[in-house]
Design a binder for this molecule. Structure first.
Ligand code: GN1
Ligand code: MG
Length: 361
């Protein structure tokens, strides 16, 4: 048993930690809410170091990024305390604490009076989330990329994800390949489109920006009372990337009609009203800084990131569930099927999605 309170006590908290609750969300890191004697609250996270192999680089990234965002919020007269994450050092001044088993822990201030959603309540809410993610990118537009470590190399390199799938298939480590021929065929049939984003980035048609790269709806906190976005969280994958990554990942999760692991695929489709609302907010939040090529590529970006995520889930299933946290044995397979259903639906809805984004040229 991990002694969560003892680990929390290693940090420079304003009073002693007295109780905690585990957060069930997130497929990678372990997250705990810490309650202290004098009422303070903190978030304690165990960094998954088999995913994030360079915790020093990772922490340097997110501290640099949050300090930069703090300055931007301050300059705009906003609420610095709630508008970004504030990390707490350990009592001896380190940015993370290493326990005796090698586990890596960090702590930050709990953001008060917020909620995180697993599904968007309405297009209106999702539009404001889009605006917030667009604004997040604007805040980082002048961040010096050379200060950023690539925390997970090739994170949204879809062809590299395809190659990892092929390797997993060949190795068949969990002996599951024979049981999923349809899913394997689906991925192979979609091989040609995997390089859509990378080709354009390499050709310089789609610019490199500082992006979040994990813009799931539950990575934004909204005010409990007003419902407005307050703070973008989960900054571990902030790296140089494309705007298509952030738009795409937000759509695949937030515009879906169902949960990421819904198994009744009739219930899984991309909600066009959600797509339209998010596009409006996101493009608006980026305040004219998107190029026409970027705007036109947004629908394909959404489809490619959905395909990529499905490939990642299937790869992990083939590897025996070594990457994403699962709560039951076939969950990664269910997640992969779910993403592939969304891809099929997006293929059908591509003309409508294109018509939507063209309005913003
Ligand atoms: C992971 O950690 P979490 O749950 O926010 C993953 C994302 C995937 C997502 C799928 C570092 O995000 O890339 O899109 O699961 N994060 C990492 O739900 O791999
Ligand atoms: Mg997350």
């Amino acid at each position: 048993m991990t002694d969560v309170l003892n680990i929390a006590a290693q940090f420079d908290l304003r009073s002693a930690p007295s109780s905690y609750r585990e957060c069930s969300e997130g497929h990678i890191n372990g997250t705990y809410f810490i309650y202290c004697e004098k009422g303070e609250r903190y978030v304690l996270q165990r960094i998954n170091t088999s995913v994030f192999k360079d915790p020093d680089g990772l922490m340097k990234n997110i501290i640099g990024v949050t300090e930069h965002i703090s300055k931007k919020i301050e300059a705009a007269g906003g609420d610095v305390k709630r508008g970004t994450l504030h990390f707490i050092s350990t009592k001896d001044g380190s940015v993370y604490y290493r326990d005796e088993n090698g586990g890596c822990w960090r702590a930050y201030e709990y953001v008060r009076n917020v909620v995180g959603y697993q599904s968007a309540e309405s297009p209106k809410v999702f539009e404001s989330v889009g605006r917030a993610f667009g604004k997040f990118q604007m805040q980082l537009a002048d961040y010096d990329v050379t200060r950023l470590v690539e925390t997970i190399p090739d994170f949204h390199n879809t062809p590299a994800r395809y190659r990892a799938f092929e390797e997993a298939l060949c190795a068949n480590a969990a002996g599951r390949a024979e049981s999923v021929p349809d899913e394997i065929a689906f991925v192979k049939e979609h091989r040609v489109i995997c390089s859509y984003i990378m080709d354009r980035m390499e050709a310089g048609v789609i610019p490199r920006r500082v992006t979040h790269n994990d813009t799931k709806l539950n990575n934004i906190l909204l005010d409990k009372v007003t419902g407005k976005p307050v703070c973008v969280i989960d900054l571990d994958t902030v790296m140089p990337g494309s705007v298509l990554f952030d738009f795409g990942d937000a759509i695949r999760f937030g515009a879906s009609s169902a949960a990421e692991d819904e198994t009744d695929l009739d219930l899984v489709y991309m909600r066009e009203d959600m797509f339209n609302a998010f596009a409006r907010g996101f493009i608006g939040g980026l305040d004219g800084s998107l190029t026409d090529m970027e705007i036109l590529a947004l629908p394909m970006g959404a489809m490619i990131i959905t395909l990529e995520t499905g490939i990642r889930f299937l790869t992990d299933y083939l590897n025996g569930d070594t990457y994403f946290r699962i709560h039951y044995p076939t969950q990664n397979l269910d997640r992969a099927r779910n993403q592939f259903k969304l891809v099929l639906d997006m293929e059908q809805k591509m003309p409508q999605m294109l018509a939507t984004v063209k309005k913003y040229l």
